[in-house]
Design a protein around this ligand. Structure first.
Ligand code: SAM
Length: 383
């Protein structure tokens, strides 16, 4: 556990640093309270000085909102980007800076995950789900208010779940695990014709590579596939998938396995929904959005032929947003298929229906408006 230190009234203080997003602790901390005005807070935060709040919890929330308005105002003054690719990189930088500045209001947390402030909410269960029962005994810790709000949101999200119409059930995403809020790729998986190698052979396997919440494995089980192996590289994703697959009564059919991409053996259907954009994640929350150097996409395509039985199919779920942002070309994607001995046997497309696709204030709306999500049906070329 990382320790963070600061000085208060001439005394050296230390506490454990809590960050579910994997952010580093700030280098400088000033102790502040309700007397602090928003302009000074904005100056402190922009200079990299975090503020340890000793006032009222609700006032801290108001200060955070005032900070957010100031950050938005300065972002609005930036010169327009010359291309959509530049707009994307600028957008990421602005988002990272926003997150850095808004992460500068810190709250004290005492043993039992109690936020030691007036009018603070009860966060004990939400924190325990993410930081574990051991961390509950920490006598003194610090956490950014913004993370507290994120953890409260994630706790509610996990409890309530997300309705998945094609599954006819709710999926409960855990904190930091990719949430299947965009339903269009699931609709494609629900309607694509199953390869005969699996529909006519009840003993044939399907693999779900990078299962996340387990939603794709649950959907394939619902489509009648009796033997599935779902992998993930992240232990928390596997625990989340187990929770969801248990709720769906799928566990006897689905074996969960920790693996870097493929499990041992071969399958008649192998589905993978890698992160859709090549790039470095800025925090652990972005792991499901950005695929560094397209490692997962390239690894999936490189290993697919060796893991398919004759007549089997690989289903790659990928949006073309990266193409509209100038981050990957269609020719590069097709070259990857060919280089790995794969043939495109078909492609099903869907337009995203999520509200961001129509948000004209989004600096990437020009690219999002053209986005298409595809299920690429890939088969092995004869050797
Ligand atoms: C975009 S999410 C998709 C999750 C889920 N399949 C879905 O469609 O909702 C990608 C998932 O792949 C996992 N992952 C990333 N790299 C992996 C690897 N090398 N091997 C296995 N899983 C990986 C991540 O942990 C994450 O859960």
């Amino acid at each position: 556990m990382t320790t963070v230190t600061w000085t208060s009234a001439g005394l050296q203080c230390a506490a454990a640093w809590l960050s579910a997003a994997g952010h580093n602790p700030p280098k400088r901390i000033e102790v502040v309270d309700d007397q602090l005005d928003a302009d000074t807070a904005h100056r402190f935060a922009s200079e990299g000085t975090a503020m340890l709040w000793h006032g009222d919890y609700q006032s801290a929330k108001l200060l955070l909102q005032a900070l957010a308005r100031r950050v938005e105002r300065s972002a609005g003054k930036a010169r327009p980007a010359a291309s959509i690719t530049e707009a994307f990189h600028k957008h990421r930088m602005t988002q990272a800076q926003r997150s850095r500045i808004l992460g500068m209001i810190l709250l004290p947390v005492e043993a039992g995950f109690q936020i030691a402030l007036k009018r603070a909410p009860d966060v004990a269960e939400a924190f325990e789900q993410v930081f574990g029962a051991e961390a509950k005994a920490l006598p003194q810790a610090l956490i950014a208010l913004r993370e507290v709000q994120g953890l409260i949101g994630a706790y509610e999200w996990r409890k309530k779940g997300v309705e998945i119409p094609v599954l006819g059930a709710r999926i409960h995403p855990w904190h930091g695990i990719f949430s299947p809020v965009r339903g269009e790729y699931l609709e494609l998986i629900a309607k694509a014709d199953l390869p005969k190698a699996i529909s006519e052979d009840p003993k044939a396997f399907a693999f779900d590579i990078g299962t996340g919440t387990g939603v794709i494995a649950a959907l394939l089980a619902k489509r009648g596939i009796k033997k599935l192996v779902a992998t993930d590289i992240d232990d928390k994703a596997l625990a989340c998938a187990r929770d969801n697959l248990q709720r769906q009564g799928c566990i006897p059919k689905v074996k969960l396995e920790k693996a870097d991409l493929f499990p041992q053996g071969k399958a008649a259907l192998i589905v993978c929904n890698p992160p859709w954009l090549p790039g470095k994640p800025g925090s652990s929350i972005e792991n499901a959005i950005y695929d560094p150097d397209s490692r997962m996409l390239k690894g999936f395509l490189a290993g697919l032929t060796a893991h398919l039985v004759p007549g089997g199919e690989g289903w790659l779920i990928l949006s073309d947003l990266a193409e509209h942002l100038g981050l990957r070309s269609r020719a590069e994607l097709e070259a990857l298929f060919a280089a790995n001995g794969l043939r495109v046997a078909g492609r099903l497309n869907a337009r995203p229906t999520h509200p961001k696709a129509r948000d004209e204030n989004d600096p990437l709306s020009a690219a999002r408006g053209k986005e298409i999500t595809s299920l690429w049906r890939l088969t092995a070329l004869p050797a």
